[in-house]
Design a protein around this ligand. Structure first.
Ligand code: AKG
Length: 227
């Protein structure tokens, strides 16, 4: 596999450094740019009290938002989400396979990280002031959560510090750097970890990616899940 550097951070949690090729990243940005301006495209979600998240969001496959959770159509405008593109599914499948190859190589049990077939992708775009507080992803179905079906996360654009931990205490959280092309997978025993994005690092996106896509300053993150 084309995995130069991997880390098994916790049971069921694998980081594939620079897994996505430059061409994959260009395709991801271009596809999100195209879908992002269409029906069900990027918007700024908010909570009931009016507080806005510090990011822009778009859902593919199914609709999820921080207040309504999983609902057929987006409460703000009734939009139905676009389908998850086939190329994205292939990349997710390949990333899970690469994680298993890596775990096998380390003499670990691949069952620590179950396979999944995504039916929702949440696309977040963070500008250089973007962030996301520590939280758990717990709105998927009880079966999906009980099986520990993983969240597969693609990072493209600017680097960020990603926090994760077993509790909600930010001071106790571990930190890793997520750079453009990195894939992070957390399932199995790590499915319910608290995680978040603290700071988006200015001017850290690959120049070639910006030149070829005109991606604005910021970070694109795609999280695939099986509801
Ligand atoms: C989520 O969508 O639940 C996230 O935590 C996204 C994290 C990230 O942007 O890396």
């Amino acid at each position: 596999t084309n995995v130069p550097q991997c880390q098994n951070l916790l049971s069921g949690m694998v980081l594939l450094k620079k897994y996505l090729s430059h061409e994959d990243q260009v395709k991801i940005v271009q596809t999100c740019q195209k879908l992002g301006v269409g029906v069900g495209g990027f918007y700024r979600p908010s909570y009931r009290d009016g507080a806005k998240l510090h990011l822009q969001m778009m859902c593919l496959g199914k609709n999820w938002d921080p207040e309504a959770k999983y609902v057929e159509s987006r409460p703000t405008d009734g939009a139905k989400p676009p389908e998850i593109p086939e190329e994205f599914r292939k990349l997710v499948k390949g990333a899970i396979q690469a994680s298993h190859d890596f775990l096998l190589h380390q003499n670990k049990d691949i069952n620590e990280l179950p396979k999944m077939s995504p039916d929702i992708c949440i696309v977040n775009f963070y500008n250089e002031n973007g962030r996301l507080g520590l939280h758990q992803d717990r709105d998927e179905s009880p079966e999906s959560l009980a099986k520990g079906l993983p969240v597969v996360s693609f990072s493209v654009g600017n680097s960020t510090e990603f926090l994760y931990g077993l509790g909600r205490d930010v001071d106790k959280a571990d930190k890793i750097l997520l750079e453009s092309g990195d894939v992070l997978i957390f399932g199995g025993k790590s499915r319910m970890i608290f995680h978040g994005v603290s700071t988006i690092q200015a001017n850290t996106a690959p120049k070639r990616l910006i030149d070829e896509t005109n991606l604005r300053p910021g970070r694109l993150n795609l999280t695939f899940r099986q509801h």
